[in-house]
Design a protein around this ligand. Structure first.
Ligand SMILES: Cc1cc2nc3c(=O)[nH]c(=O)nc-3n(C[C@H](O)[C@H](O)[C@H](O)COP(=O)(O)OP(=O)(O)OC[C@H]3O[C@@H](n4cnc5c(N)ncnc54)[C@H](O)[C@@H]3O)c2cc1C
Length: 395
């Protein structure tokens, strides 16, 4: 029986551990936290991510926990339309299926169910080293060493495994800070009648997006219903405690149209998650590093963290895992890793290129209306649509 060690129990690691176990591998999952915890708030999965979940046999897990988010246009901070709602040629309205929004706790539960009984889960292991041992790849936390035929590095943007294997690639700030939160329905604010259940506003380099998880007041499309919002602003991470960060957000967005101030007023400091926005740069030369008779696979943010402007990070992690599972089915580990890199590298480079285009629009500041018109805000929609184009696990 082939053996794998998966480092990190985020979306990429949980998906990889479950996929390998279901394919007959003996899997050990290492997580630095004491127990497996979901990320906070919610996220959007694009059709390519749902397709990857389908390839992994997990798409059924989305039933009842996801809510479609059809394109709703983009408004300026003064309430006027920057991009009118409705289909635009080459825009997200042209997609066969809209993206869905899902609470991260619900997604986490679906992945835990997908792990089955066979995965050996070890919490409290913060991997520090990665090397070749007895002709196989090995990782360790300074106390215990784990070796296997395959080691999957899914330990996020600051990946310790990546640092050991490809030291030149580092996670570098993209010059934005971001916050997200989910407000449970029982605390949901009074939003003026006629306000769309989801939407996006953009101006002065600041971006505010929101989406309802299910029907108001019901468990609805999510067992943890509520309203998800995500904010992106230029600048560094804020050092203030969460209450101070929330006060700043309320001040920055005070004049914006409904439901922005209402959502921020209904947010509590403990709902708030501040996250760095950055990119692994340069991209690792290879996402599959051969080590003796086996090797390391880099997946998700460990391989290619990028700014969240197109909301593709989790979908790309799932694509990585679906591809890895497919190539490992027919090949020995070293050959499979080379094939994995051949299939994933150009795909990631394309999405990164679209992400940089989107960043160009977001970075427009100053005289909002005129300058942003010159940049062409439809670029955002087109970049988002282009990023969903994925040829499936075999390219
Ligand atoms: C504001 C914001 C909004 C976003 N919105 C979306 C969205 O709508 N849609 C979308 O698809 N993506 C979105 N993303 C991106 C998405 O969240 C990430 O791409 C995705 O979570 C990456 O998953 P991962 O499993 O690769 O890494 P992570 O989620 O970072 O998981 C890494 C895991 O490894 C563990 N770990 C770390 N180091 C070690 C170690 N040394 N040893 C052992 N374990 C370790 C961590 O504790 C963690 O459990 C967003 C990102 C941001 C910042």
């Amino acid at each position: 029986m082939r053996s794998a060690v998966v480092v990190g129990a985020g979306i990429g690691g949980l998906a990889a551990a479950g996929a390998l176990a279901r394919s007959g591998w003996k899997v050990t999952l290492l997580e630095r936290d004491d127990r497996l915890r979901p990320g906070k708030a919610a996220l959007v999965l694009w059709p390519n991510g749902v397709r990857a979940l389908r390839a992994l046999g997990l798409a059924g897990g989305l039933d009842g926990i996801s809510t479609p988010v059809p394109p709703a246009g983009i408004r300026r901070p003064d309430g006027t339309w920057l991009v009118q709602p409705g289909p635009q040629p080459g825009g997200v309205g042209d997609l066969e299926t809209p993206p869905v929004v899902v609470h991260r706790e619900d997604l986490h539960d679906a992945f835990i169910a997908g792990l089955g009984e066979q995965v050996d889960v070890r919490g409290g292991i913060a991997v520090q080293s990665a090397r070749v041992r007895r002709d196989r790849p090995a990782v360790g936390d300074g106390r215990v060493t784990f070796e296997a035929d395959l080691i999957v590095a899914a330990d996020g943007p600051d990946s310790a495994v990546r640092r050991r294997l490809v030291a030149a690639s580092t996670f570098t700030s993209a010059g934005f800070a971001a916050w997200r939160a989910v407000i449970p329905w029982y605390r949901a604010p009074e939003i003026p009648a006629g306000t769309a259940p989801h939407g996006e506003l953009l101006g002065g380099g600041q971006r505010f997006g929101y989406a309802s998880l299910g029907e108001r007041g019901s468990a609805g499309g999510s067992t943890r219903g509520g309203i998800y919002w995500v904010v992106t602003v230029p600048g560094a991470l804020r050092p203030e405690p969460p209450a101070g960060q929330l006060a700043l957000l309320r001040r920055w967005f005070a004049g914006w149209p409904a439901p922005v101030p209402q959502l921020l007023a209904a947010t509590e400091a403990e709902d708030l998650v501040q996250e760095p926005v950055g990119e692994v740069t340069p991209l690792p030369e290879t996402f599959g590093v051969v080590a003796g008779a086996g090797g390391f696979a880099l997946v998700g943010d460990a391989a290619h963290a990028m700014p969240h402007h197109l909301a593709q990070g989790a979908s790309l992690a799932l694509e990585d895992v679906a591809t890895l599972q497919t190539v490992l089915a027919g090949l020995a580990v070293p050959a499979a890793l080379s094939e994995y890199n051949r299939l994933r590298k150009p795909r990631i480079q394309r999405v990164l290129q679209q992400t940089h285009k989107a960043a160009g629009v977001l970075q427009v500041r100053g005289r909002i209306a005129s300058s942003i018109a010159r940049v062409n805000p439809r670029t955002l929609e087109r970049a988002a649509a282009a990023a969903t184009e994925w040829g499936g696990p075999t390219g």
